[in-house]
Design a protein around this ligand. Sequence first.
Ligand SMILES: Cc1cc2nc3c(=O)[nH]c(=O)nc-3n(C[C@H](O)[C@H](O)[C@H](O)COP(=O)(O)O)c2cc1C
Length: 331
Amino acid sequence: MKIGDIQISTPVFLAPMAGYADSPFRQLCKEKGAGVVYTEFVSSEGIIRGSEKSFDYLQFLSSERPVGIQLFGHNPDSMAEAARYIEEHFKPDIIDLNFGCSVRKVVKKNAGAALLKDLDLLAEIARKVVKAVKTPVTAKIRSGWNHQSIVALKAADILESAGIQALTIHPRTASDGYKNHADWQIIKEIKQALKIPVIGNGDIKIAEDAIRMFDFTGCDAVMIGRGSFGNPWIFRQTSTLLSGNTSYYIPDLSDRLNMLLRHIELESKYYDDSHINRIMKKFYRWYVRGFSNAANIRNQLIHSKSLIDTISIIESVKQNGTNFKYQIANF
Ligand SMILES: Cc1cc2nc3c(=O)[nH]c(=O)nc-3n(C[C@H](O)[C@H](O)[C@H](O)COP(=O)(O)O)c2cc1C
């Protein structure tokens, strides 16, 4: 599969996820076989203003390539200017446009999924960004603003005509947030309608779900979000099944805890201890889910006062060797 001229070796992508998919997490997913990884979304206005926080989001290692930087905003000229800046200074493989974020602080500025209510503006943004850069531009959409306005197919058609080189669809509405199920039928209809690659996203909890999505929708690639938390192995597991194998490697207790330690170690190359504690608190429950004593271990980790304490808790759990039962994630 190709996006523009970029050859993609594995059609199993890591989703952009604000507050989670930072460079250390992306590195782990990449090591475990993710075909493309995306940065957390970054504001076009922030880039133009020179906001330091925005520039932090743009950093990635060359080992993460192919990497997509995801932009959000509502002003076509600002989006084009920010895309030009990113291309010149960061040289990502892909620039992705966010037309799917449903959080209040984004939609109230008429950005993210709010643009599904104004397809003319969405089209203008896409056209101006495509024209501004040589880097392949892709987009990520939801199915619509709410169930009374499912516009995914129309938006997909508009985006393809605007020169977008691949489209990701997360088939929930903005009003759904993360409730209800992703409606994979919409991915299927979009795949049938478009010539550009279509990337399916939503509710892939285990590798078998990804295979079901490929089979049901005919999509060119799948994008995995929450299913990768605590389980970056899901990328290689999926490509193992895709290549015809019927089983795959399942990490045991010590694999999971070693991955957690490695995650902390990578974070510590970038951030101070208090920042790491804050980030990692969101991940503990995912790394320990399935342990017979998961709630207890998670509570100890969450209440740990320092990184040194956290690491010694993990080491002691490793030594005590609590039985690990593999469980299907339940978001
Ligand atoms: C914590 C979190 C942060 C997210 N941040 C972004 C984002 O920055 N940009 C984006 O396009 N989608 C974002 N999403 C949506 C995901 O990319 C994805 O579409 C959604 O989680 C559905 O996929 P999943 O069921 O595999 O998790 C976020 C989702 C979560 C859970």
